[in-house]
Design a protein around this ligand. Structure first.
Ligand code: SF4
Length: 207
């Protein structure tokens, strides 16, 4: 594990949103932008400038490189605040939109915390997601359930990337309608085989 290329932290978030989206991006190296991804990119711009700032005795480091050798994951944190004289890292991830029903954003943040715990040699109990729509922070506790889900997701992503196979689409209006890869993925067409294929399959079974 330590010598393998680290799994990008974003892959965990992509996988929980949709395993096929994760494979299209991280196995097939495909990408497309839509309004939602463009808004997310703009929201990240300030964080992506890099550097440090200090407010109320808390230093904030932007675009901090992260790595967890134990789990074989790595990436870049939008912002890591350093509390208690720099001894207590507190990750803050910027997201477009608002808090979601699924746990993909929480898992991505928890993965950052697991990296920081290894790098700083300290336990991290909490971080925050900053959502662009309400422009507020949502605190996230890194409880045992979230930690276990994060580790299971990292294992599942690693297995999918090692296998190098892209799963078939599962079309869901709400999810696919927001996905920037919808034209590449073709979820409606591929999740419902064309009528001629159904007909041919029935004919072959009859013969
Ligand atoms: S269009 Fe739907 S099935 Fe295809 S990658 Fe996006 S979310 Fe997944």
């Amino acid at each position: 594990m330590p010598d393998e290329d680290p799994l990008p932290l974003s892959a965990l978030q992509h996988y929980l949103f949709c395993p096929r989206q994760c494979a299209l991006i991280h196995v097939e190296r495909q990408w497309a932008e839509n309004r939602f991804t463009a808004e997310g990119r703009v929201l990240h711009e300030r964080a992506d400038l890099g550097g440090r700032s200090s407010r109320s005795g808390v230093r904030a480091v932007r675009s901090m490189p992260l790595r967890c050798r134990r789990l074989g994951i790595g990436g870049v944190a939008d912002v890591v605040e350093l509390h208690d004289g720099g001894r207590r890292p507190y990750p803050v991830e910027y997201k477009r939109g608002r808090p979601k029903a699924h746990r993909a954003d929480e898992v991505q943040l928890c993965a950052q915390a697991l990296c920081l715990e290894e790098m700083f040699g300290t336990a991290i109990e909490e971080g925050a997601l900053f959502y662009g729509e309400n422009r507020r922070r949502t605190a996230v506790r890194f409880d045992p359930g979230l930690r276990a889900l994060t580790e299971r997701t990292a294992e599942a992503v690693r297995a999918m990337l090692d296998a190098g196979r892209t799963p078939p689409p599962v079309h869901e209006d709400r999810k696919c309608g927001r996905c920037s890869l919808i034209d590449l993925c073709q979820p409606r067409r591929l999740s419902h085989p064309p009528a001629v294929a159904d007909w041919l399959s029935r004919r072959l079974q009859d013969d």
